[in-house]
Design a protein around this ligand. Sequence first.
Ligand code: ADE
Ligand code: ZN
Ligand code: ZN
Length: 291
Amino acid sequence: MRRRFRHRLARVLCLAAGLGLSFAAQAWGPQGHALIADIAAAHLQPAVRAEVSSLLAAEGHHRLDEIASWPDAIRHDRPRTGRWHYVDIPLDAAGYKASRDCPHDHCVVARIPYFAHILGDRSASQRQRIEALKFLVHFVGDVQQPMHAEDHDDKGGNDVRLSYFGHRTNLHRIWDSGIVDHALDLHVRSDYSIDYGPTRAAAIRLDRQITPREREQWTRGINSRHLNAAAIRWANQAHRLARRVAYGDLPAPPRRHWSETYQQQAWPVVRRQLERGGVRLAAVLNTTLGR
Ligand code: ADE
Ligand code: ZN
Ligand code: ZN
């Protein structure tokens, strides 16, 4: 992560914290996005890897994980992009409905095919394609986060205040980062930077657990002409996990001594969503940029 971007992200977060705002609609924390980018990077076709590297290099970056949280850093300056990070499918609804959940394409489901199209368009400017790559890497991650695919009149869980392992936080944030942090011990520094070494090592460990059968199932039907349908399937899958696990396994208040039990229920789900994110991101980049 480049310094300027890191400081900007830190400034936005400090500002939000200082104002006592829950930083609504944060994505996976920087660790989650970096893990997804690292898993994906290991599965790019050689020609795709080369093209991605050349786009990254134009901005002085070397690896996909360095740009994976960029859309969070610019949200403050570009407020219209805020709604692109999630899709508010009502928790009790059967599934995604574009007219209800994605007006004017301002949701994560619509932004995935949109940015994939720009990335794959070699007549678009390099600047546009680099930006599309940064949004795409981030949003293919976000749509796997169960709390980014639902709303329960609580801003995707941001209004559900609770205490997790002694930290005052909310339901949305524990799914963004609390559960990952607790399981993998990957901490974010106060300037919001992360240590790439341990994160990359953790990504290799997650990647090794993915079976060939899972890889095949998770990427079935992904091709550049049908990315909208794929994004809808991913959002519906995440929405079901929100209902069944994130809310379904949440004890009613007052919640005492619940963190360890919840962590054991949630971590396998979070881990699988990170793995799916990585595998699916690789497939999206391969189909978008492959020849
Ligand atoms: N704000 C409103 N709904 C949200 C969601 N599902 N995720 C993040 N931020 C939100
Ligand atoms: Zn979030
Ligand atoms: Zn996000």
